[in-house]
Design a protein around this ligand. Sequence first.
Ligand code: IPM
Ligand code: MG
Length: 362
Amino acid sequence: MTTYRITLLPGDGIGPEITAVARRLLEAVSASHGFSLSFDEQPVGGAAIDACGVPLPERTLEACRQSDAVLLAAIGGPRYDGLPREQRPESGLLALRAGLGLFANLRPVKIIPALAGASSLKPEVIEGVDLMVVRELTGGVYFGTPKGRVEAGGHVRAFNTMAYSDYEIDRIAKVAFQLATERRGRLCSVDKANVLDVSQLWRDRVTAMAADYPAVELSHLYVDNAAMQLVRWPKQFDVLLTSNLFGDILSDEAAMLTGSIGMLPSASLGSDGPGLFEPVHGSAPDIAGQDVANPMAMVLSAAMLLRVGLQRPEAADALERAVDQVLAAGCRTADLIGEAGLAAGCTRLGCAAIGERLLEAL
Ligand code: IPM
Ligand code: MG
């Protein structure tokens, strides 16, 4: 029987609770689909700062490198906000992405019919939305140099650099074009080419690549317009291609189409080596340890791990079906229930109880 090595990175805040749910489901679904998983839990983010003094211990990165796929929950918390930037949990996450060469971040946004009423947008606007944000993940202003903070002439000045090289744009654009080919054939590239040189290069490279993909209909939007279009008429989008910072912002916005950011999974992939799968949401320190967190995005990330990371589509389907089933049965965590859910007679459950229902559905 094939055994895959999975590195689990529970991280901070609600991370450990949602990881526990995902792990049990992964155990169950692998057993019923004829393969096994061996888990190696490692600290990252604030948990690693507490345990080893750094947000990404060498041992954690090495364990990830040696595994078939990595499942990360969330990192960060107010306790660490005062630390110098290199020592913060977020720097550990960026170092992990860079260390594994994960330049392509895929964030699917698909409306689950049972949740159409949970969105703050009108049902007719979001019904049938099925889009994919392809976010560049190891470049742009997140990593550009020079950066820093200087004092001169009685003033403090801080700066970052938004930079992309041609090959960085080409490799992420290729991922987006290929995905568009496998989906509905529409690709919208997002930039700020009316103002930024880095965006003009982005647009030039993406435009040039379109010749290799005649079946894909390419369009471009400035990021401010893209933000507006996402809430005005999100159904117009199939694949959205963005740089690191724009994708960070637009994917949080797109998450709200589904009713809660607690529903959105993601996959981060490189050209080789293991992929990293993680929910789009953060560590939600305000609700950590209270058993109210929504584990669905983490479970859906585990499904992406099975589908994309291990090429086990049947097991991935089973997990996704379990999520649909539990939602269709009216089970909701606090973030999803709202007025509409209560009026419709939905049941409010905690994180662990949702995990139990998902196991039963499996
Ligand atoms: C995300 C997060 C991260 C990012 C943070 C935690 C560094 O917001 O994955 O979207 O900005 O990339
Ligand atoms: Mg973000």
